[in-house]
Design a protein around this ligand. Structure first.
Ligand code: AMP
Ligand code: FE
Ligand code: FE
Ligand code: ZN
Length: 281
């Protein structure tokens, strides 16, 4: 059984619609796929219809922005109540902070790259999407300023660039607690991805486990073999769920569907612990 528990659609920074992601997942020979857009569940209904039609199993998820000290952390939340008031409010706050932050970044960029007006960048943000730097990267590509998304991330959009602006995200322990209160299963996304910025030490993972963390995404292309070994050992020690996934972003990243997979018995644990049903499981 081929299970991929981390993908993005055009409701965040993936380039395909939820239906497209599902169709591609079926074509890639996946049996189970999770849609995990950043800070939103807007893609769930379309993804579920497409999954039902394609005969593939959908796990409804979301990738929540959080922070520890100054470091950005991503938490995968699976099968949680999307109407939990406190979590809904928190995600709305994150998304509006993302809007303000991108507006400010575009203002700063516009001073040096006059083509980059707010209107021009807005053309690269799909309706209803959680806004992120990848959308600005797409605008930079279509203005001919950089060749591709990753080139923008290596230069103009990297933290430390004069155009970089942070956005609000909740403290990671609080975010884990909210996801658990909402009946969800919480898996730390790419906790060993050193090239994204400073990763958190083992002690922070321990604190998140105390807050209710259920699992670690161990197999991810941004992890070196040494990071995978480290994370697998932590997970086994604490009897956490271990996942592997592609973090598919369509054409926005080289990540291919199914390039890392999750074991069926690990998915069993997620389904058993989550408060939502998985159709067809
Ligand atoms: P943001 O959350 O707006 O700060 O942007 C971070 C997002 O950009 C992450 O969710 C990644 O999916 C995406 N990202 C990070 N690095 C790259 C890269 N080199 N190429 C394409 N997308 C990237
Ligand atoms: Fe992303
Ligand atoms: Fe992420
Ligand atoms: Zn992701």
């Amino acid at each position: 059984m081929r299970i991929d528990l981390h993908t993005h659609s055009s409701y965040s920074d993936g380039t395909g619609s939820p239906a497209q992601v599902i169709t591609e997942a079926a074509a890639a020979g996946l049996d189970v796929v999770a849609l995990t857009d950043h800070d939103t569940v807007s893609g769930w209904p379309e993804a579920q219809s497409a999954a039902d039609a394609a005969g593939i199993t959908l796990v409804r998820g979301m990738e929540m922005s959080a922070s520890w000290g100054g470091r950005s952390i991503h938490l995968l939340a699976y099968l949680y109540d999307p109407d939990h008031p406190e979590l809904v409010r928190e995600l709305e706050t994150v998304r509006s902070s993302r809007d303000l932050r991108i507006a400010r970044m575009v203002e700063l960029l516009g001073a040096d790259y006059p083509q980059l007006t707010a209107e021009f960048v807005a053309e690269h943000i799909p309706d209803g999407a959680t806004v992120g730097r990848p959308h600005v990267a797409d605008a930079l590509v279509s203005a001919g300023i950089v060749a591709e998304r990753s080139a923008a991330f290596d230069s103009i959009l990297r933290p430390g660039s004069p155009y970089y602006v942070r956005h609000y995200s909740p403290d990671a322990s609080y975010a884990v607690k909210l996801i658990k209160e909402a009946g969800g299963v919480c898996v730390f996304a790419h906790p060993g991805a050193e090239k994204r910025g400073r990763i958190v030490p083992d002690a922070v993972i321990s604190r998140l486990i105390e807050a209710g963390l259920d699992g670690l995404e161990v197999d991810h292309r941004d992890h070196t073999p040494a990071q995978r070994d480290r994370l697998r050992a932590i997970a086994q020690d604490a009897d956490l769920i271990i996942t592997g996934s592609s973090d598919y972003h369509g054409e926005g990243k080289p990540n291919r569907l199914g390039e890392n997979l999750t074991a069926p018995h690990m998915l069993e644990r997620i389904v058993a612990a989550g408060c939502l049903e998985v159709v067809g499981w």
